[in-house]
Design a binder for this molecule. Structure first.
Ligand SMILES: [Zn+2]
Length: 416
């Protein structure tokens, strides 16, 4: 359980570590410590179901007095619930188990990609309480903002959600962020997002907004809801219109200097290969991505719902998909070898927007994988299990894990 606690805290820390401004905060700042300890208590209870104050003190290494103060604050704020006292026949006060109040707080996760907007509302226990989806064709901010507002209105209408307890919204989209010649350029990114930042969105939408790449959000979603829950070191390869990776290393999310770590789509795997919109040749996403698949199929533009069509390929299309699978497997095999040799991870998880049957065929064709330095038991490559909403779920986790989220302060103050 201690390990599980550590993972949760590190995940929480990793998310605020990815924000450059967080690095300027002194480690001795009492408000920071208080906020961090509060998140530690919430996450430890969340991971363990229910715990007494004594359990919490032991697992978090906080003093009983600190745990007692924080627990009191969180109970008053409605983030925790107290259960029936546990009587074990021993002397002393009966211990009161504490658990998460699912309705203590909510969070919204929004995924934007080339063809759609998916939004979910999750509660503090991580359960999905509402979902909505809108088709969208390579949405610019001008197109996406009204859709986000509509999605928020849809979710606001979900029965049982107290909107006053909303912590904020995680908004995720394809990367990279802020790279001249790559951001908003080419068919695998979204146009017009160069100048948009979280602060501007927050001012426009009137709620805390955290921005992240879709592949990073997918790694969070898989960590919380899928097969990576026990993994300390893994790479999540997200096959979207392009290709990105979420990196979870030493029990924490690694996002890099400018949140662009894991932009493996522009890793050159075929020198002198296919030209890429970034100006290079032979980038990985020119072989492993929906965009590369659509090109092999000869599908142009955005006519119809391409994702739905992919699930029922026949005739010439089925043959073209076979050709793509062979080409994609060749490039991906090399990429898995590079990622393992570079990062020494337990495993690579692959998922994304590809229909399940095509993804399974792609994974099957990767074997045998080339040798690498990896020395772990268990599968080297697994298909993600968090489901089609893995990105939106990861996005929804962002405000919940953010220690500096002012939403928490508002809830605590509201209860005072
Ligand atoms: Zn490229």
């Amino acid at each position: 359980m201690l390990a599980a606690y550590g993972i949760a805290i590190l995940l929480a820390m990793a998310i605020h570590y990815s924000r450059p401004e967080a690095l300027t905060v002194s480690g001795t700042n009492l408000e920071l410590a208080r906020s961090h300890n509060r998140r530690a208590v919430i996450e430890t209870v969340r991971l363990n179901g229910q715990l007494t104050r004594a359990d919490l003190a032991r697992l978090t290494a906080l003093t009983p007095q600190t745990v007692s103060n924080i627990a009191g604050e969180l109970l008053d704020a409605g983030l925790l619930l107290a259960g029936e006292p546990l009587r074990d026949g021993a002397r002393g006060q009966p211990a009161i188990p504490l658990r998460i109040n699912p309705d203590g707080a909510y969070s919204i996760g929004v995924q934007l990609d080339q063809q759609q907007l998916v939004a979910v509302a999750v509660d503090l226990a991580g359960q999905v309480r509402g979902r909505t989806r809108y088709p969208a064709s390579r949405p610019t901010p001008a197109v996406a903002l009204p859709l986000i507002r509509q999605a928020l209105a849809d979710l606001r209408a979900v029965p049982g959600l107290d909107w006053r307890r909303l912590l904020g919204m995680g908004l995720v989209m394809p990367g990279p962020f802020g790279v001249a010649g790559m951001t908003s350029v080419g068919p695998t990114t979204l146009p017009g997002w160069e100048e948009v930042d979280a602060a501007g969105l927050q001012a426009t939408l009137g709620l805390p907004v955290l921005l992240q790449k879709d592949a990073t959000a997918a790694a969070i979603g898989e960590r919380l809801h899928g097969i990576a829950s026990g993994m300390q070191n893994f790479v999540y390869l997200f096959v979207g219109h392009g290709l990105g990776a979420g990196l979870f290393l030493d029990g924490r999310l690694y996002t890099g200097l400018r949140r662009n770590a894991g932009e493996v789509g522009h890793m050159i795997v075929m020198p002198d290969g296919r030209p890429c919109s970034c100006g290079n040749h032979g980038c990985l996403e020119r072989y492993v991505s929906l965009q590369s698949l659509y090109e092999t199929l000869g599908w142009q533009g955005e006519a119809g719902d391409c994702l739905a069509r992919l699930a029922r390929l026949e005739g010439e299309d089925a043959w073209a998909a076979e050709r793509w699978l062979a080409m994609a497997a060749r490039a991906l095999r090399q990429a898995v070898n590079i990622l393992e040799c570079l990062l020494d991870v337990e495993g690579v998880v692959i998922g994304g927007l590809l229909p399940a049957a095509l993804l399974a065929q792609l994974v099957e064709r990767l074997h045998p994988l080339p040798a690498s330095i990896r020395q772990c038991d268990g599968p080297r490559l697994q298909v993600g299990a968090a489901g089609g909403d893995v990105v939106a779920l990861g996005a929804a986790a962002l405000p919940i894990f953010d220690e500096f989220n002012p939403g928490y302060e508002a809830l605590l103050k509201a209860s005072a």
